[in-house]
Write a protein that binds this ligand. Structure first.
Ligand SMILES: C[S@@+](CC[C@H](N)C(=O)[O-])C[C@H]1O[C@@H](n2cnc3c(N)ncnc32)[C@H](O)[C@@H]1O
Length: 366
């Protein structure tokens, strides 16, 4: 190889391939380093160089010496190659993901019509069946939120007229059908309880699916029991802590609630868990979402959904929301490069979700 030997990075069916002056050096280490770097950095051209991992630099120096080429030139070529590959990779991935986000204006019960893939994670916020007092402790019960003004049109109303028709058993059946099958490898709660410290790393890395369900505190045990009937034998309770309360009208009379509740439900194996080696508490901060257009009375914040999606799925995995409302789950999944599918029966919510919430990301889809 001559002094000016160039390094070119190409994407092929196997992933990344490095060509050095026509010769192919397919090295898993380099490929992995490139992919890791591309994920870690979002910088341009030469800026890539300073943040290249030390291992890659060292590797390149070894190559440069072996090939008798200038080290710096080789590293610069590599940096440019990464940048080009990064841009291309992002384009391919974004296009790929965007093709795979769909919200249907239909009952989730009709899912078979759409032939959607099985999901790594289902996020569901089913109607709370609060009945006619849905706005009971919410200021919206009164005109302009002030009880001196008398009751508003929301007093004594349910959130949606579809609330009372919601069928939890059909919902749970959908979830148990639409999650990917549990893999053979993985750890169960029992095994974790009797933790053998020599448990192999590969066994710890689970690919099992799960569902995350938002529900009222009073519904927690109902859904735990219902889940068991559909094979979800395990649960982790979740608490979402707000720094505000919707129950302000009662604030001077009793302790008011500032939490929402939920469950992680899974069948046998512990679900996929991306935690960077950190502990994850079951009490999450309810980060206010001031960016997403507000189109639904029980809209969930996108940053919170993104956090949950990142924990339980990887890029490219499928996330389904059977009761999508404003489409925030789909937006969060899309932001995190996951494929997403959702159902929403109310035409108005569907319209606003597609026109306001999901519009920015996928203008041509609807
Ligand atoms: C609690 S809301 C979900 C809000 C959503 N998480 C958000 O962030 O906007 C429940 C939604 O489920 C919808 N829904 C009720 N039954 C349904 C069904 N069978 N299929 C699809 N959607 C349904 C309701 O119209 C309502 O918008």
């Amino acid at each position: 190889m001559g002094k000016n030997g160039k390094l070119k990075i190409e994407k092929d069916a196997d992933g990344m391939t490095c060509h050095i002056d026509g010769e192919t050096a397919k090295a898993a280490a380099v490929r992995d380093a490139i992919i890791r770097t591309m994920r870690a950095v979002d910088v341009k051209g030469d800026e890539v160089m300073p943040v290249l991992g030390e291992a890659v630099i060292e590797f390149l120096i070894v190559i440069a010496k072996a090939c008798n080429v200038d080290e710096l030139e080789l590293i610069r070529g590599f940096g440019e190659g990464i940048y080009t590959a990064q841009v291309e990779f992002k384009k391919i991935k974004t296009a790929d993901i965007m093709k795979k986000v769909e919200l249907y204006n239909d009952h989730f019960q009709n899912f078979k019509v759409y032939g959607i893939p099985h999901a790594q994670m289902i996020i569901a916020d089913p109607p709370y069946n609060l009945g006619k007092n849905a706005y009971a402790s919410n200021p919206a019960w009164y005109k302009d939120g002030d009880n001196k003004n008398g009751e508003s049109e929301l007093a004594g109303k349910e959130f949606f007229d579809t609330d009372k028709d919601f069928r939890p058993a059909e919902f749970m059946h959908f979830c148990s059908q639409m999650l990917v099958k549990e893999p053979k490898t993985g750890v169960t709660d029992e095994e974790l309880g009797a933790e053998k410290n020599d448990m192999a790393g590969s066994k710890r890395k689970s690919k099992a699916p799960c569902m995350v369900l938002f529900c009222a505190f009073e519904q927690l045990h109902y859904y735990i029991d219902l889940g068991r009937r559909y094979g979800f034998m395990h649960y982790i309770p979740l608490v979402f802590r707000k720094n505000f309360s919707a129950q302000v009208l009662k604030a001077n009379m009793k302790i008011v609630g500032n939490c929402e509740y939920g469950l992680v439900l899974y069948k046998d194996k512990l679900p996929k868990f991306n935690n960077d080696g950190q502990m994850i508490f079951n009490c999450f901060d309810w980060v206010r979402d001031n960016e997403t257009p507000k189109v639904h009375p029980t809209q969930k914040p996108v940053p919170l959904l993104e956090r949950l999606i990142e924990i339980f799925t990887d890029e490219g995995d499928v996330v389904i929301d059977p009761c999508a409302g404003s489409g925030t789950t789909l937006l969060a999944a899309m932001n995190k490069m996951r494929r997403a599918y959702g159902f929403e029966i109310k035409k108005d919510f569907y319209k606003e979700a597609t026109e306001k919430v999901l519009r920015v990301c996928q203008p041509k889809l609807f």
